[in-house]
Write a protein of this length. Structure first.
Length: 682
């Protein structure tokens, strides 16, 4: 087992510990002879002693506040075993929540117990829950291929849907069960939702077959006790997570729940087909050996109280595989299936697939029983509505709004459902295939914007006119005199030395400091290269105080911003609110008496400029911003060029918008003609 001094760290880990970008660490290594020597790794990916790095950072005043947790994690990672690392983090969380007895688990080494003590001490200084969540997230990131976790936005959406559908039980505690809970993401979301909304006291029940995630889930849920989530209140939430195989030997078999939430393992062949062939849970048919997901569906139904609701995340094939059609039909005839919602690709692993949410309700209770009262089944195609558009694959705000509106309208018995959703009578689904895939039943007319064709045509026509007008203005550009003389050029580096502009480079903020979505009142948007590749708008933000404290690069209106990688190379004059720039983005602030910002941006973003200043090693190659060329002409002449560059920018914007509108019109017109919703005039 490695000693503390033998714990290796990479340049990226050192950057996280110091709260800087990796480039800064590389500079320290080149400029300071005292920087620790490499102890392992390769020339391209060297490793250093954690103890020596910590000492060097402290002696040189480069250890930021983030260092406490970042210094702790490499020790846990160096334990080597996935299970021991996870169990050690879980034990640290258990001790942080006040457990007096230390674990006697023989799988925890002496080194692991030392790290647990360090984590508990750090939690007292920097916050118990924050420290535990940090270590948990690091563990999940390190083992992402072995441990599947439901993304927090998806867990929250599943919880919201279930809570919206469950019938009220006045005065009774709310029981939520996850029979395959992993590290507790969905149960954590359920606890947060119940506590935040002031709902009934909630009892959280979980089961997980893998020992490390089971222990982590139990430790995690011990932190969720009261409205502020610090675990010091009156016990609004209780948790009971047990290790076990829910299908073969369910440790919660004697319990029934108001809500069951589950993201079960997919495509399992060894789920207990032979041992469980006569199990009473298969009231709607013995699941085929290849249909483990339908075993989980029936298991969840068997654990519901009358009127209880289950929401499961399932692969799309479960809705259409021929082997499962009899069970699907039985669920429809019994009035248990409330709906199937197709999510955009990227909602959860596997990210390339449009996963489905299945909504089920047990008969009885105060609520309606789906098709038994003629209300039909909700089929909603969020994937067809193209709800995915941001970095990470999903615009969760848009998706959540669509799902909430569809489920609420359906459950109220309304007939006017949002575009992309449809109420289908169960009898219409009970054909030979019993295919529940939403995209097969939601008509094209309800997916796009066909019903607003006049508005789209007006915008299309206006865009064509704008493109034509800017095109006419650009036609006035004429070739320069062919006398062999061209204006001289200079470089950004030379302009910096001449004092004509100030050049600064952005950095990637440390992990844990970036929040997704729109900035809060104290926030400032963060723009990254991936944002540019996904459409150009910032998808995250930093707290303003933290951005100031860390000396983040903030682009102000009028600054020229340059993307310094070939695949996203561009330059523009920033005109929005102050924005933090991430790694490989640069800010150029001009002296207005020497340079015009629009002229500079126009010169810099010329495609040939990026090619000449790039490294050409790959599509991810960097652009040396200091080598970018700029025409060397008087300020008055710059202003004339500036106007032409502005028109060229408008031309590019009109062209891009026209391409988008044209694609939308072609898609919607084709769907409309093929479905009979549109017909040729005259």
């Amino acid at each position: 087992m490695p000693s503390p001094r033998a714990v290796p760290v990479t340049l990226a880990e050192i950057a996280r510990i110091a709260g800087v970008g990796r480039a800064a660490v590389s500079n320290w290594r080149r400029r300071h002879d005292s920087f620790p020597a490499r102890i392992g790794g390769t020339d391209a990916s060297p490793q250093f002693s954690l103890t020596e790095v910590e000492q060097w950072l402290r002696e040189n005043g480069k250890l930021k506040d983030v260092g406490g947790r970042e210094l702790l994690w490499p020790g846990f990672e160096a334990l080597g075993s996935r299970d021991e690392t996870g169990l050690a983090i879980a034990e640290a969380g258990r001790r942080m929540r006040g457990a007096r007895a230390r674990s006697s688990d023989p799988r925890l080494s002496d080194r692991a117990r030392e790290l647990i003590d360090e984590a508990v001490a750090l939690g007292k200084r920097e916050g118990d829950r924050e420290t535990f969540e940090f270590l948990l997230q690091r563990w999940l990131d390190a083992h992402v291929r072995q441990v599947s976790a439901s993304p927090r936005p998806l867990a929250a959406l599943m919880t919201e849907v279930a809570f919206a559908l469950r019938p009220p039980r006045a005065g009774a505690p709310l029981t939520v069960l996850d029979p395959a809970c992993g590290a507790g993401h969905i149960l954590d979301a359920a606890a947060r939702a119940a506590v935040a909304t002031g709902a009934d006291p909630v009892a959280l029940l979980g089961c997980e077959i893998d020992p490390a995630p089971a222990a982590l889930a139990a430790a995690r849920l011990a932190f969720v006790r009261d409205a502020d989530g610090n675990g010091d209140g009156g016990g609004a939430a209780t948790a009971d997570v047990r290790r076990g195989d829910s299908l073969r030997a369910d440790p919660h078999a004697a319990v029934t729940a108001d809500v069951v939430l589950c993201n079960p393992p997919f495509n399992e062949r060894d789920w207990g087909y032979e041992q469980l062939s006569t199990d009473r849970r298969w009231a709607h048919g013995l699941p085929p050996r290849t249909e483990s997901e339908l075993a989980w569906v029936q298991h969840c139904l068997a654990r519901l109280r009358p009127g209880g609701v289950a929401v499961l995340l399932l692969p799309p094939a479960v809705a259409s595989r021929r082997a499962g059609r009899r069970i699907r039909g039985a669920l429809l005839r019994a009035g248990l299936l409330r709906g199937v919602i197709a999510l955009p690709p990227g909602a959860a692993q596997p990210h390339s697939v449009s996963l489905h949410l299945w909504l089920l309700r047990s008969p009885g209770g105060a609520g309606p029983s789906a098709s038994a009262d003629g209300s039909g089944v909700l089929l909603a195609d969020a994937a067809a509505r193209r709800a995915a558009s941001r970095e990470g694959g999903v615009d969760w705000e848009s998706l959540g709004g669509f799902v909430r509106d569809a489920v609420t309208a359906f459950d109220r018995g309304e007939h006017d459902l949002p575009d992309g959703a449809r109420r289908v009578a169960a009898i219409d689904l009970l054909d030979e295939e019993v295919d529940l895939t939403p995209g097969r039943h939601v008509s094209p007319a309800t997916r796009g914007e066909e019903l607003r064709l006049p508005d789209v045509w007006r915008e299309f026509t206006g865009t064509v006119e704008g493109l034509r007008a800017t095109g006419r203005a650009l036609e006035a550009l004429v070739p320069a005199a062919d006398d062999g003389r061209r204006p001289p050029t200079t470089t950004v580096g030379e302009l910096v030395r001449a004092g004509a502009l100030v050049l600064r480079g952005g950095q990637q903020p440390p992990d844990g400091t970036v929040t997704a979505g729109e900035p809060g009142e104290d926030g400032i948007p963060l723009l990254t290269v991936p944002d540019l590749l996904q459409g150009g708008a910032p998808t995250g933000w930093l707290r303003r105080a933290e951005a100031v404290e860390r000396g983040a690069l903030v682009a102000e209106p009028g600054d020229v911003v340059v993307a310094g990688v070939i695949r996203a190379f561009t330059a523009w004059v920033h005109q929005g609110p102050p924005t933090v720039l991430g790694a490989q983005l640069h800010s150029l602030r001009v002296d207005p008496e020497k340079l015009d910002a629009w002229f500079l941006a126009g010169c810099l973003r010329a495609p040939s400029n990026g090619r000449q200043a790039g490294t050409h090693a790959s599509s991810a190659s960097r652009v040396d911003v200091r080598r970018l060329q700029v025409l060397q002409i008087p300020l008055a002449e710059q202003l004339r060029h500036s106007e032409a560059f502005r028109r060229l920018t408008s031309f590019e914007e009109f062209r891009a918008r026209l391409d988008e509108l044209g694609s939308r019109l072609a898609r919607d017109l084709g769907d409309g003609l093929a479905s009979g919703r549109l017909t040729p005039g005259g």
